[in-house]
Design a protein around this ligand. Sequence first.
Ligand code: ASP
Length: 327
Amino acid sequence: MKKLLTLALVALAAVTAQAQSFPGNKPITIVVPFAPGPTDRVARDLAEALKKAMPGSNFVVENTVGAGGTIGAARVAKAAPDGYTLLVFHIGMASTPALYRKLPYKPLEDFEYLGMINDVPMTLIGKPTLPANTYRDFENYIRANAGKLNLAHAGMGSASHICGLLWQSSIKANESMTTIPFNGTGPAMMALMGGQVDVMCDQTTNTTAQIEGGRVKAFAVTTAKPLSNHPVLRHYPTLQEMGLRSFNLSIWHGLYAPKGTPPAITKILNEGLKKALKDPEFIKKQEGLGAVVVADKRVEPEEHKKFVAAEMVKIKGAVDAAGKYAD
Ligand code: ASP
């Protein structure tokens, strides 16, 4: 008994010492499960803000891509739970269980939730030569060319995939386009600008500059409310205004650590995140890209987890109704 107690005390002392020196000068890796693009952008801006919020810390961002973000998420689920490997993932945390019957991680069991980061609207966009200038023309064009067009997305369960799926099912044009998966909407955007694919629904963090530069055509935003305060995005109607009555899609991002990361370390990371999200430079960058940084309760790990659990139920219903799976 005495020996067991001593062992427990030694283990506790080791965890406390580890937490006291965390992160020290060892870099913290943030895994982004997509190629450079919108989620990567959020993670890199966040890494800068975290570095400022946690003096002396060092963050590196790594892209572990494929299968709609599930390969990168699995990497973090299986990483050592020491706080040095984190994940920035978006709505995919809640959508992949609806689409993949065999998922290499359990979203609610294999991660420590560290808090949410932002909400990002999406935009329906087309290649620059698409012969439509308004949402109405665009929808008519899609219907008239059923079976002939390609929709780019970032893999099954990604935000762009979910958006494309929900939108096609909302206009009762399921399967009207062939879906082409990429490792992220960064590479998909290159294909869209080059005219190799026709249509995409992507986050404003990736589309704003391209819309402004006229390199893609934008037709609508996916949020319930118009983005009236944004200098570029305010020119586009919401899908609700275009008659898709309940269409409301905003992509959120969150920060995660592997399950079993000591509470003293998750606390340091959560406090760093809270501070980073108040960084005026981070807020300004995100707002410029149409995103809204989260505040208050949503940065609390319990609230974050509750939110993801609720989203899982909501998305499963929508995906089941659309009737599409990854396998
Ligand atoms: N977030 C993905 C990316 O960064 C895109 C997506 O989920 O559609 O490429």
